[in-house]
Ligand binder design. Sequence first.
Ligand code: HEC
Ligand code: HEC
Ligand code: HEC
Length: 442
Amino acid sequence: MCRPVFCFLLWVLAFPIGAAPRLSAEDELASQADSRLFSRGEYLARAADCAACHTASPNAPFAGGVGLATPLGAVYSTNITPDPKTGIGNYSFEDFDRAVRQGIAKGGRRLYPAMPYPSYAKLSEDDVRALYTYFLQGGVDAIARESRESDIPWPLDMRWPLAVWNGLFLDEKRFEPRADKSERWNRGAYLVQALAHCGTCHTPRGIAFQEIALDERQEGFLAGGSLGGWDAYNITSHPKAGIGGWSDEELLRYLRTGSTPGKAQAAGPMGEAVQHSFRYLKDEDLQAIVDYLRSVPPVDDGRPKARYEYGAPANDVVKLRGTPVRQPGQAGPDPQHEGARLFLGNCASCHHWSGEGAADGFYPALMGNTVLGAQSPTNLLQVILNGVSRGDEASPDAAFMPAFHDSLDDAQIASLANYLFERFGNPQVKVNAEDVARLRPR
Ligand code: HEC
Ligand code: HEC
Ligand code: HEC
């Protein structure tokens, strides 16, 4: 790993540390056990993606303040660093377990289920202990930062009804492995249902914001939900409505890198989950997830083809040659060609004028892309408005697409999207300017 001279220097520098008073054999064993627990806690915090909601800025990990939209108004995540005043420094293990698994903060304050405790309720005691060690015994720096009140107006912000909610919808039982299934399947089930809480986004919600199913035995599990202005598609085993038509390798690649050519790329909240959580999972854990997904009962939505089966390469650049360009100030959009022109002017430089993308998939093809084969325009509009930003520069799988919310207005994005759906996607989807306005970042 290191050059000889440099290694030598490192060794000299490290020597005084290595020569510190020796620990007794028991201490050493105990500290080894601690550090194992500790790194397991770190891994689990990644798998559970606590940072997705508790880290608003990378300079203040876990200090809270992330706004999460609920039907009643935004709820803000709290500070879960070990700061005793503003964070959870005073939490005992029991306090921590109650907050994470039952949604009750120290002192009895009920948490909104925007904190996914209905999924974390299934966590094993060992795993909660490892998380506790990581968060409170040295893995996370204390940061003093007051938590912010929710935007939910009085009297809806009263928290006692949440006790009733828990009574109706919270299942406090920890995960119980199914004896009729393999160890790997059970590991996958645990990851999907509890730690990685895929259902938080992918399971439809009922009238009280509850997930309608919490495991594969209940109807509707992972049948598609919407969260934070994005659609999290049906990922049941159904070959058309879900991911039944994806190969194991395609699913693994999607979870590990966020991009599977010919199928989908992960943007928005899924891009973040890949970036901060799934790409750190061990291969055997990702494989267990895929194994389990295969067994989630199919939920059909009646669609005729899978989301990735739409579209053909375009040749509009040829057709448009020699047609008159709309002059500035000329009334109304040119309904025939405005979308094609916007595509050629704004998107084709990366996605190619035929829409086939780059040969290596770095710029993905637009046909055979689930965002364009979906039944709702939501994710395509989000991608055009906000672009794609996944991974940091150091990561080999980083992907970046610019946002167009400043350069294109609502009507332009609507004509562009209509063109894209017609050419490369599901031609039944129609978009108007109001659909765009609703999603435009404010
Ligand atoms: C999907 C978003 C989300 C994820 C993921 C998430 N949290 Fe939370 N968490 C929240 C929100 C929102 C609150 C505040 C809820 C409220 O104020 O009612 C919260 C509150 C808490 C609290 C209560 C602290 C206090 O005293 O106010 C603890 C402890 C906590 N989370 C720990 C965790 C841990 C540990 C993880 C990872 C295993 C995690 N959270 C993952 C959204 C999330
Ligand atoms: C924070 C919300 C969130 C969580 C948690 C989440 N997803 Fe997603 N997922 C999404 C969104 C949103 C999309 C659509 C992304 C896009 O269109 O770019 C998506 C897309 C996908 C797709 C692609 C489906 C398609 O047809 O394009 C797969 C597969 C997937 N998720 C699997 C999972 C699995 C497995 C987990 C848990 C290990 C998970 N997701 C957790 C929000 C989430
Ligand atoms: C500078 C290059 C660039 C430009 C310009 C560009 N894109 Fe992209 N686009 C990308 C990259 C990179 C990705 C993400 C690839 C990945 O996730 O691996 C992407 C992804 C996408 C996706 C898939 C997103 C998903 O969630 O599945 C769609 C759809 C898309 N672009 C449409 C467009 C449209 C429409 C335009 C023009 C308004 C456009 N792109 C302009 C580079 C670009």
